[in-house]
Structures are given as C-alpha cells and as structure tokens.
Design a protein around this ligand. Structure first.
Ligand code: ADP
Ligand code: ADP
Ligand code: ZN
Ligand code: ZN
Length: 779
C-alpha cells in the first residue's frame, strides 16, 4: 500500500478491535469526516479504539520509550497497519473526569488571560506595586486568600455549637464537642489542674475563661493528679490541653475515621469566608480593578455580559491588545452556545456536552495544525439553532490545516461532512463492517445502511393523534439557577418534551418534578450515568438476570453432586471465582501519566472462575461461556427457561441484543447504560402511575436506535404512565403530546416558558427559537 508522506489518506488495514471484522478503509486527511452507524456498530471502535489509540501509542513510544513495555501490556489496537496517520487529539466525552478545582476559566485558559489583563492593565490603589498574574488566581499560593486557602468557604465553630447546653458544668459534659471516654476526662482534669472550675454551670464562668477554654491555640502542659475514679487510683501524669475548636478542626481535617470526622462536622458550620467574601482571593488582588470591577466580579459574570463589558472598556494600548485577545476567545465559546456560563463555574456542574464544547473552543485558539481531532458527538446537548455555529467551528479547525473526525448521529452534521464512513449494518457481531467510505451522497447507492434510510428518502411523519391529558401535574413556583418563580404544568398520561437552547433551564425545571407532587405514585429517572464503575458490575448483575442464571447452574446434576450452591457461581465472593483477579477477569495496570487501565487476568485469562467451577456445564456451556454470550444468543440458549427469557426479551426490545451478558459496566456508553436501566424498568411489574424522566435520551443514539427507544416510551404512555423528556431531537419532540419550550436564550436570557402546548401549536409560537425547527420536523 502507498505510504508516501504526500499520500493524502489515512489508510487502515485489517482493523479487528472489538467487533471490527478486518476493516480496510481509506480516509482523507484535512477534511471533516463523519463516522456513522447504529449504536454498537463499531464507529467508536474504529475512530477511537483504532485510529486514535494507534496515534496515542505512537506518540508515547516517541516521547517515552520506557513506557513501551507497559503500553504493550495494555495492548496496542488490533490492527494490521495504519499509514498516513497524523498525531491525534481526542475530545471524547466518556473519559473526561474534571477535578473539583477546575472551572470554565481553567478549562478554557480564559482565566489566565483575564489575570494577565489585571496584572498588566488593572487599576491599582495608589502606592501599590504591580502584581504578578499568579496573584489573581485562587489556585496559587500567591493569590489564594490566606484565611480559606482559596476555597472561598470556611468551616468555623462557635460557642453555641460547642456548648449546646450551657446550664451544664464541664464535669457534666457541657463541652459536647470533646471526645468521649478517657480523652475527654483527661481534658477535664487538665482544666481542673490549670485552675478552672469544672463544677460550675458553664454559663456562670467568666466570658474570658470560656473563650480560652474553647478557642485557645495554646497547648499548655500540666501535671495532673487524677482524682479517685470508680475506685481506681491513678498515678500523676503530664497532660496537654487542646481547645475544643482545635480538637474539632484537627479531627475534621485529619482524622482517618469517617465516624470521627462526621461527628466533628456537627460542631462546625460552613460559611462564606469573611476575609475574601467568598471570592477566594487575597485582599491585595481584590484591590485591583478593571473597568471598575474586581477580577472575582468579572469571573462571576456570564461570558456574554463579560464580553459586553470588555468591549465598552477603554484603556491604553496594552489594555486594548489584551482585551481584544480575550474577546476573540470568548466569542468562540459564546458561538458554541455557551455564553451563559461564567468563568468561575465549577466543571463538575457542567454536562459532558458542555465540557466537550468548551474544550473544542479552546482548541480553536491553540494554533495546532496537521493533527487529527477525534470528537465524540460534538452536537450532544446542542439545540438545533446552535448546530450551525458548531459546523462553523469544525470548519475553522479544518481550515487551520487539521483533520476533523467526528462520531455523529445528528443528520445536519453528517450532511455537512466532506466524507462519510458508515459502519454497520447492525450492532455487535452483526456490525463491524464499513458499508461506505466516500462523499456523503454516495451512501444513497448503498443498500442495507440504517444511516442511508434516514439521510435519504424519508417519508413524511405519519399524522398522529395527540393524546388528551388525564390530569395535570403542577410543579413550582421554581426559583433556582436562572428560573425565577416559574410555575409549570405537565400533563399526566401523556408524553411531554421540554425544549430550549442549552442553558435555558430545562434540567432545572425538570428537576422540580418529585415524588411529593400530587398525582405521582412513583418517579423514575432514567439517566445516562454508568451502571457501575468497575468491571465487577455488568449487564447481567445489574438487571438481576445473573441471580437466575446462577440458580440454573446450581440445579445441574454435577453441581448437586459436588454440593455447589448458587454462590459458587458468583464471581464476587470467594469459592468459585479465580482468586488471582478476585473474579474481575482483569487486573488493573497503573500507567504514569495515563488513567489506569485493565488487562486480562494472567491466570483465568478473563474467565473469572477457577477450573473446578468451570467443570460444571449447563447444556454444554460453562458459566463463563454463558457470560460471554450476547443477549441475542442467550435468548436462544435460554428459550426454554422462562425466568431468564423474560429479562432477555426486554433487553432485546430496547435494542441491546448485541451486548454480552458479562459486558463490564466500564465498557458501556451512556446511551447503553440508559437503555439497560430502561429495560430494568420495563420488566418490573408496574402498579400505580409512574412518571418517567429522561434527560436527553437520544444522546449517542442513531436515528434508528431513537425509533426503537421511542416505541418503548410511547408504549409506557399507552399503558397510562407519563413520560417527560428533555430533548433537542426534533423528531422526538414532534412525536410528543405536549411541548414546554424554555428560553428564549440561555442563562440570564432564559428561564421563562416561551410556549407550551401540543407540538403543532408550539411550532407556530412567535418568540420561540425551537419553533422553526419543530415546524420543519412536523412538515
Ligand atoms: P458504536 O461506537 O458504534 O456505538 P462501539 O465501537 O462502541 O460501537 O462498539 C462496537 C462493539 O464492540 C459493541 O458490540 C460493543 O459492545 C463492543 N465493545 C465496545 N467497547 C468494548 C470493549 N472495551 N471491550 C470489548 N468490547 C467492546
Ligand atoms: P438546560 O438544561 O436548559 O441546559 P440548565 O437547567 O442546566 O439548562 O441551566 C440553567 C441555568 O442554570 C444556566 O444558566 C446554568 O449555567 C445554570 N446552572 C445549571 N446548573 C448549575 C449549577 N449546578 N450551579 C450553578 N448554575 C447552574
Ligand atoms: Zn477567603
Ligand atoms: Zn483471574
């Protein structure tokens, strides 16, 4: 195969990662490439598991030859050869684990620029020397408020907290915060030896003494002559005093015992730091202003407001250069629909989609070229009105001389791509082939592509009878985040879609639906959070299917002869499992600079069980082999076992037939986790009226998967239950009975109900940004 440096293609040969079936594919560089296919078809295995992983492996080999052995252990991607591969940057959603100190400002590095502006162009009080830009960061020693160490909040205590019953004497236990048993008695005796009256009611002691006893930082040492205690005579000893505050703070900060820490916390209250007012910065830094505001005030503004203020500010040449740079960078973030965020917003409170788009905005300014960006559904969480801007940003990355590979489902993004790699035809072992690699139009000629069915020749949506609500669920008035006293009504026995641009307040509003509301017997949130974080939880354990399967094995003749109960077939307890990996099937490998990864167990090679357990078979298969079956194969295998067949049926119904029963939770995507939870719900016997809440259930789903999911949800409504979804996919919104549209914008520009009604009515609403897109989907 050609591999001259001028060959404009990335050429992949013999890719066999996961379900890929020896894929050969040529993908042009320096263009926008969309990878499509139904969930589980193998798109990520190709884009991330093969192309990105190989680029990473080469990178690490070049920078750290010593890491070669470790990388080898974890496994290079299973691929024959890849040529023409540039260095890769991945912005994958599943893997982002932000730390609590990181914020919008740190992720985008906009905070650095803002600090530079304050350092170089801020207004300083007369006589003050210029500060370094570090001095404006709460995360550095130079900038952090000395009182709260840059956290903005302090834990403090008070006499009222430490001594809840001041009528007691010290001997009677007035100081509730003191430790119990000997230690407490020791402190009392020390105080006695120091000359304090431990028998008078606390409130009668002089205030000065009370303050010293509770708050002193001194730790005097005295000789204690213990009094007779329960008939025992003790010898004099040297006792050290520690004030109640010191004891509580030390325990709270340093104790290894969770119980002690929790106990200490009862005597503390958390409050905004009085020194920095919660701004986390030193007073010197807060004395500097720009356009009349402190750096903390600017960091708390929504980016759109910050941009407005910077644009209006005047200053010297330095200030102008710095504000221009800031403005250009803020603009990219607002363009991506995130103008409602403030720089000080902590990243753990952001959704995965918001975080990925922030990183994307940052990349645009990085000046990198000649790299391949691999993105995981960049349109996730994006309102159709903002998709246009996303495409512009992707185009700019490309124009800067990069290749942009996106795994995408959003048809507008797919249509915009220069090149399409469609993987399929179905999921798991029924997928793993490239059906089309070429310009988007070419897919029209390919039969058997689920993507083709949606891209070309869609029939108009069938005319649907909108359901009449049985009753109404009233939520609110809500005053939280950007919602100010909003009251909403959700129809019961109907399908409701909540819409609006990112940051308009959809999640906040839906968060108000609780089990306490009249008309809700049961509330089920079906979210995309992982079903478990270690390989120990898997599809079979999560759904309860595995309990039944283990009983089936315990009932075999061999198991009965040997006295193996159901527990023997569990990999979570000692007995039947492989002890080397303690039933995990894999052992974790810690790599420098990389997140820890799992590699197959050297003893059981991933089987999870010891050899004796594996001697027991049911219809010719061991328990390990059963765990290795796909849901689809298992449904056939267990066709005669009704107790197992039932849960397998529901998993098939939600389109998860391709997953293996023992597939570890760590390998599942958010969408897969969500559908497993839904399947769990579907197989329950449902009594009473249930409200199902789903936040963007179509994230990660191909339109064909969305159809399957919608059928399930509509069935639930037909049975009399209620479904509420937060959604951007207009095909889903068009199929709802009721739409609540929030907005009109994000953040401070949102938070109102712009329109509410059946889809056809909301599609005509004047001020709604959703209306035109909904109208198009209804046509
Ligand atoms: P897509 O991105 O199209 O949804 P994936 O590439 O994630 O599909 O998955 C393709 C197949 O590989 C599926 O059958 C999936 O269950 C399987 N798979 C995904 N990740 C892993 C993994 N880490 N180990 C083993 N199998 C996996
Ligand atoms: P949507 O679901 O429509 O994207 P959200 O309800 O998540 O909108 O957000 C509405 C507003 O509330 C936005 O301005 C957002 O920045 C703010 N917000 C959301 N979650 C938090 C949070 N945990 N802390 C502070 N502000 C938040
Ligand atoms: Zn402080
Ligand atoms: Zn093992």
């Amino acid at each position: 195969m050609p591999s001259s440096p001028h060959d404009p293609y990335v050429r992949v040969r013999g890719a066999r990662e996961h379900n890929l079936r020896g894929v050969d594919v040529d993908i042009p560089r320096d263009v926008l490439v969309a990878f499509t296919g139904v969930s589980g078809s193998g798109k990520s295995s190709l884009a991330f598991g093969t192309i990105y992983a190989e680029a990473q492996r080469r990178y690490f080999e070049s920078v750290a030859p010593y890491a070669r052995r470790l990388i080898h252990q974890v496994g290079a991607p299973r691929v024959g050869e890849i040529s023409g591969l540039p260095p890769a940057v991945s912005l994958e959603q599943r893997r982002s684990v932000p730390t609590s100190r990181s914020s919008v400002g740190t992720v985008t590095t906009l905070s650095n620029s803002l600090r530079m502006l304050f350092s170089r162009a801020g207004d300083y009080p007369p006589g003050a020397g210029r500060l370094d830009s570090d001095a404006f960061s709460p995360n550095t020693a130079a900038g952090a408020c000395p009182e709260c160490h840059g956290l903005g909040r302090v834990h403090r205590t008070s006499e009222a907290l430490l001594v809840p019953e001041p009528e007691l004497s010290i001997r009677e236990g007035a100081i509730a915060a003191w430790p119990g048993a000997w230690q407490g008695k020791n402190l009392r005796d020390v105080l006695d030896a120091l000359g304090h009256d431990v028998d008078r009611p606390w409130r009668e002691l002089p205030q000065e003494d009370r303050d010293w006893i509770l708050f002193t930082d001194e730790q005097p040492v005295v000789t204690v002559h213990p009094v007779r205690d329960a008939g025992r005579i003790q010898r004099p000893y040297q006792g050290t005093y520690m004030s109640a505050r010191r004891y509580v703070m030390k325990t709270f900060a340093e104790s290894k015992s969770q119980t002690l820490r929790t106990r200490a916390e009862q005597f503390l209250e958390s409050a905004a730091c009085a020194v920095c007012g919660g701004s986390r910065l030193r007073p010197e830094a807060l004395a500097v202003t720009f356009a009349g505001h402190t750096v903390a005030e600017l960091a708390a503004l929504p980016l759109t407001a910050l941009a407005r203020l910077l644009r209006a500010a005047d200053g010297d040449e330095t200030a102008r250069v710095l504000t221009c740079d800031l403005l250009a960078r803020i603009e990219v973030v607002t363009e991506l629909g995130l103008g409602y965020l403030s720089l000080d917003r902590a990243t753990p409170t952001l959704s995965a989609g918001e975080l990925q788009r922030l990183r994307l905005a940052t990349q645009l300014r990085s000046g990198l070229f000649g790299v391949v960006y691999v993105l995981d559904e960049p349109s996730a969480g994006l309102h159709p009105a903002d998709t246009e801007a996303l495409l512009t940003v992707l185009d700019r990355l490309k124009a800067a001389g990069n290749s942009v590979f996106v795994v995408e489902h959003h048809l507008d993004v797919v249509r915009h791509a220069d090149w399409l790699v469609d993987v399929g035809p179905q999921a798991g072992e029924h997928g793993g082939q490239v059906l089309h690699s070429g310009p988007v139009d070419g897919l029209a000629q390919v039969s058997g592509s689920a993507t083709g069915r949606f891209l070309f020749g869609r029939e108009p949506a069938p005319v649907r009878q909108v359901r009449a609500p049985r009753a109404w669920l009233k939520a609110g008035p809500v005053t939280r985040h950007n919602l100010r006293g909003v009251t909403s009504e959700f129809p019961l026995g109907a399908f409701t879609a909540v819409t609006g641009v990112s940051g308009s307040g959809k999640s906040t509003l839906v968060g108000e639906i609780t089990e306490e509301l009249d008309g809700v017997d049961r509330l089920v949130r079906v979210d995309q959070k992982p079903i478990g974080r270690t390989p120990r939880s898997n599809l079979a354990t999560y759904t309860g299917l595995f309990d039944v399967v283990r009983k089936v094995f315990a009932a075999t003749d061999t198991a009965k002869e040997r006295g193996y109960g159901a527990g023997r077939f569990s990999f979570n307890v000692a007995g039947g499992r492989c002890e080397t990996c303690q039933g995990e099937g894999s052992v974790s490998v810690e790599l420098l600079f990389l997140p820890s990864t799992y590699t197959p167990c050297p003893d059981c090679a991933g089987a999870r069980y010891n050899p004796e357990t594996l001697e027991v078979t049911y219809h010719g298969r061991t328990i390990a082999e059963v765990l290795d079956l796909t849901v689809e194969a298992a449904a056939e295998f267990f066709a005669g076992t009704p107790s197992v067949a039932r849960s397998l049926r529901t998993l098939l119904d939600v389109g998860l037939g391709y997953l293996r029963l023992g597939q570890p939770a760590t390998e599942l995507s958010g969408g897969e986790a969500q559908r497993i939870k839904l399947a769990g719900e579907l197989q329950r016997v449902r009594r009473g009226h249930t409200v199902y809440l789903l936040d963007e259930p179509t994230t990660g789903l191909h339109p064909a998967d969305t159809e399957v999911l919608m059928r399930q949800l509509q069935d639930l409504v037909d049975e009399g239950h209620s479904v509420v979804v937060v959604e951007h996919d207009m095909a889903v919104v068009a199929a709802a009975d009721w739409v609540i549209d929030l907005g009109p914008g994000g953040g401070d520009l949102g938070g109102n109900i712009v329109a509410a009604g059946p889809p056809a009515e909301v599609a005509r609403a004047a001020d709604s940004r959703t209306a035109p897109y909904l109208a198009r989907a209804l046509a």
